[in-house]
Design a protein around this ligand. Sequence first.
Ligand code: C2E
Ligand code: MG
Ligand code: MG
Ligand code: MG
Length: 292
Amino acid sequence: SKSIAGESGFKFYAEEMNQAVREQMQIESSILRGLRAGEFFACYQPLFSQDGKKLVGMEALARWQHPTLGLVGPDKFIPVAEANGAIVQLGDRMLELALQNCKQWREQGYPHLTVAVNVSTRQLKDRQFAERVARQLQMVGLPPDALCCELTESLLMEHSNENTEQIFRLKELGVKLAIDDFGTGYSSLTYLKHLPVDRIKIDRSFVNELDSNPDDRAIVVAIIAMARSLHLKVTAEGVETPSQHQLLQELGCDTMQGYYFGKPMQREAFELFLLNGAQLLAGEPSDPQPEQ
Ligand code: C2E
Ligand code: MG
Ligand code: MG
Ligand code: MG
């Protein structure tokens, strides 16, 4: 065959492309297999009270221990799972794990812990979704308000009735609802008026430069003021420094999440974190806890 100029360069490029495409295809074709094989698991990131002294719960974050690709993060597989529908099974699995672990830790001496799971719009299109959540809660033996469903703002943009129907069903059940990554979508304010949410989570892009960027600070102040007048709770995500925490506390943010308080941890590590935390907060566990 004839040789053309730049062929080897093209080959090199094509091989890199091939590898990225192959990896993508490998991910796409093996999510369901990985689910059946139990390769997906939950990491837990702690959520702390306003003063940073009390653990109030955790968010379950999906991870994949892939046999050849190694540990794969959600940015690689969630969009693929959303596109091919596997997110429905993956979401069920995450919910199952999150509820089981929350129940277990409640029984081990942390009776007020709550757990948050991320829910994709694709899952809300399933008309049985809220019912399945109710059944899972019942099977595990947790009250509905132990669970918070985090909905991603940008996805809620598709204002379809099928989505909002399941959101209202969840609300009726008594499950808590949060808007994740608040401030990054397009019509944040419009749907806040239409959806029965309990909490907003300020996107970490606004928290990042809170100390140094007056614009970010103004935005956070405005979000918290708005949340307060709508009787919504506010979580800050991506809190990495003590000064960010202090500022957010002063501004009235009621729950904190971020590397400063703890990174996402595998189950066993989170259990150690619980044990250490109980020591750090000496005296707290024996304080009378108000029934919720
Ligand atoms: P998210 O729900 O907004 O979760 C927070 C993400 O921010 C997590 O990334 C967490 O590790 C990261 N993070 C937390 N604190 C800090 C911090 O202080 N600094 C920095 N730089 N990052 C921080 P992760 O685990 O990679 O998850 C990424 C996204 O993937 C999640 O964002 C969520 O939208 C999605 N996701 C994860 N698990 C699931 C799942 O089970 N179902 C669905 N539908 N989506 C999921
Ligand atoms: Mg989330
Ligand atoms: Mg978020
Ligand atoms: Mg995020």
